[in-house]
Design a protein around this ligand. Structure first.
Ligand code: RIB
Length: 313
């Protein structure tokens, strides 16, 4: 099944620091890398590397052609990327010695989508084939409109509700096929900080959508629209840079869901892909190829992975 990603496109300015800046502090970075990023771009590349047919739709700001080139190099269809003269989206990212990051985003052209352009992108996508899944992140404007349009057009949808803001609560989330959240986003939507209470609360609020909850070192949980929950642990790996680990998980998760893999196999695939991703610096460039992920699973490169299923009460 094809994926249409209305996804953000960012230039990432990545500064290596020994520790994150504190208020009022000035300090020199140890290095600077300028990378292709944006949750949208990273997820398109991850989904394409996993083996999905991906179309990326977005507005490409001035002097940001490298973003479109990077998508095309990775086999993503870029015909629905429209160049515009305004300032491109970008991210200022600090990566500390433990590989953790903190990210300051400037939305730029990612937040200039119009309903007319969105409708035209849907029309073009649907003119070339039946069905498909619409992928979204919360880095563009008009997310609720795109969810409504996708539902009206009979397409399935997945929203990675990152970065979280108050507006997400008002989105028509129960129209989604998959809601993809980490513990912060899931907790904010569910109204609880207790990890075990997040999925039951989300099921009550959005009974029709499946939920993928990623928990960093605590692994991931996947709740199908029915009652079943699959829990998956994580591998112990040394992180060089965690940027795009979540995006990698999303891209590989969607591959499993769209290609008939079981949920345990899908979570194993996505967890292994993310473990490979965090071992490398950068965003889109750190997403592993599918063959590498398959080899890591076959060779048990990161050791054993706990996966279990339970019915939710
Ligand atoms: O998920 C990582 C991404 O978040 C970075 O590439 C950055 O651009 C921000 O969008």
């Amino acid at each position: 099944m094809r994926i249409l990603n209305f996804g953000s496109l960012n230039i990432d300015y990545v500064y290596a620091v020994d520790a994150f800046l504190r208020p009022g502090e000035t300090k020199a970075a140890k290095s600077l890398m300028v990378n292709c990023g944006g949750k949208g771009l990273n997820q398109s590349i991850a989904a394409a590397k996993a083996g999905n047919a991906v179309w990326h739709a977005g507005l490409l700001g001035g002097a940001a052609e490298m973003l479109r080139d990077k998508l095309a190099e990775n086999g993503v269809d870029v015909r629905l990327i429209k160049p515009v003269p305004e300032q491109a989206g970008h991210a200022i990212i600090q990566v500390d010695e433990s590989g953790q990051n903190c990210i300051l985003l400037y939305g730029g052209t990612n937040r200039m989508l119009t309903k007319e352009w969105i409708d035209a992108a849907f029309d073009a996508f649907q003119a070339e084939g039946e069905g498909g899944l619409v992928l979204l992140q919360n880095e563009t404007n008009l997310v609720p409109y795109i969810i409504e349009q996708a539902a009206a057009r009979g397409l399935s949808t997945a929203l990675n509700a990152a970065p979280m803001d108050d507006g997400v609560r008002e989105y028509p989330l129960d129209k989604l096929t998959w809601l993809i959240v980490n513990e912060v986003e899931g907790g904010a939507l569910a109204g609880t900080e207790e990890e075990d209470a997040i999925l039951p609360a989300l099921r009550k609020k959005y009974p029709h959508c499946g939920v993928l909850l990623t928990l960093g070192a605590h692994g991931a949980r996947c709740m199908e629209p029915g009652e079943r929950v699959t829990r998956c642990g994580s591998y112990r790996v040394r992180a060089v840079d965690t940027t795009a680990a979540g995006d990698t998980f999303t891209g590989y998760f969607l591959y499993g869901m769209l290609h008939g893999l079981s949920i345990p196999d899908t979570l194993r695939l996505a967890t292994t892909a993310s473990a490979l991703c965090v071992g490398r610096p950068g965003a889109a460039d750190s997403v592993p190829e599918k063959a590498e992920v398959d080899a890591a699973i076959a060779g048990e490169r990161f050791g054993a992975l706990f996966i279990g299923q339970e019915e939710m009460q």
